[in-house]
Design a protein around this ligand. Structure first.
Ligand code: ZN
Length: 199
C-alpha cells in the first residue's frame, strides 16, 4: 500500500493512465491503457508536456527477499498487518514503502470464531524479514523470535511498557497487560527512539 510519490518504482508498476500522462524514458504502455515502469527508479513528471519518465540515476536501494525491515504498524486488518518501512537492513529507508505480514503469528488465544487473535496494534514498532515481492508488494514474516514487536506504548494511556513474559507487555503507568508477538530484544533504547521518530 505505497502512498508516497517518491517511492521507488519497480518494473511493471503502474505510473499513470495514458489519459493523464504519456510515457517517456524507461516506461511502456500496457494493454490496459496504463503507463508502467520498465526499470527501477523514481518517477519524474514533465507537467508542461504531460510526460512521465523513470529516472534510473537516483535509483534508491530497494527491498530484496531476505532483507530485514523495521517499521511501524500503519494499518491493521483482520488477518494482515501493514508496516511502514522506516529501516531496511539497519539503514534509514525514506521511500514510503509499506510491507504486509500476517497479523496472527504468535497468537495464543482464539476468538469466538476460532480465529487467532491479532497481536499487533497501530503504532507498534516491528521487525520482520522480507519473504516475497510478489505483485510489487513487500511481504514480510513476523514469526520467529527475532521478529515481531520491538517496542510500543500502552494502548490505553500511552504510558511506557515493559515485557512481562514471552508474549505480553505491561504498562508501568496504569498496569494494563496486553498480548503482543514480541521479539526477544523488546524494549531496547534504540527501539524507543525509533518509536518516537516514527510518530
Ligand atoms: Zn497504561
Amino acid at each position: 500500500m505505497p502512498k508516497d510519490e517518491n517511492k521507488p518504482m519497480l518494473p511493471g508498476e503502474q505510473i499513470a493512465s495514458i489519459e493523464e500522462f504519456e510515457g517517456g524514458k524507461n516506461t511502456y504502455l500496457a494493454s490496459d491503457g496504463t503507463v508502467r515502469s520498465a526499470a527501477v527508479g523514481t518517477k519524474v513528471y514533465d507537467l508542461k508536456r504531460r510526460i512521465v519518465k523513470i529516472d534510473q540515476k537516483n535509483s534508491p536501494l530497494l527491498p530484496k527477499v531476505g532483507d530485514i525491515v523495521v517499521g511501524n504498524v500503519d494499518m491493521l486488518f483482520s488477518s494482515m498487518v501493514s508496516v511502514k518501512i522506516l529501516y531496511l537492513n539497519d539503514k534509514k529507508f525514506p521511500s514510503g514503502y509499506s510491507a504486509i505480514g500476517s497479523a496472527r503469528v504468535g497468537a495464543r488465544d482464539r476468538d469466538r470464531r476460532g480465529d487467532r487473535r491479532a497481536v499487533f496494534r497501530t503504532g507498534d514498532i516491528v521487525r520482520g524479514r522480507i519473504i516475497s515481492l510478489l505483485n510489487s508488494q513487500v511481504h514480510i514474516t513476523l514469526a520467529e523470535k527475532e521478529f515481531g514487536v520491538l517496542y510500543t506504548l500502552c494502548f490505553i494511556c500511552g504510558g511506557d511498557t515493559v515485557r512481562t513474559n514471552e508474549n505480553s507487555i505491561k504498562c508501568i503507568e496504569c498496569g494494563a497487560f496486553e498480548d503482543r508477538k514480541l521479539t526477544h530484544d523488546y524494549g531496547k533504547e534504540t527501539f524507543r527512539l525509533i518509536y518516537k521518530a516514527g510518530r
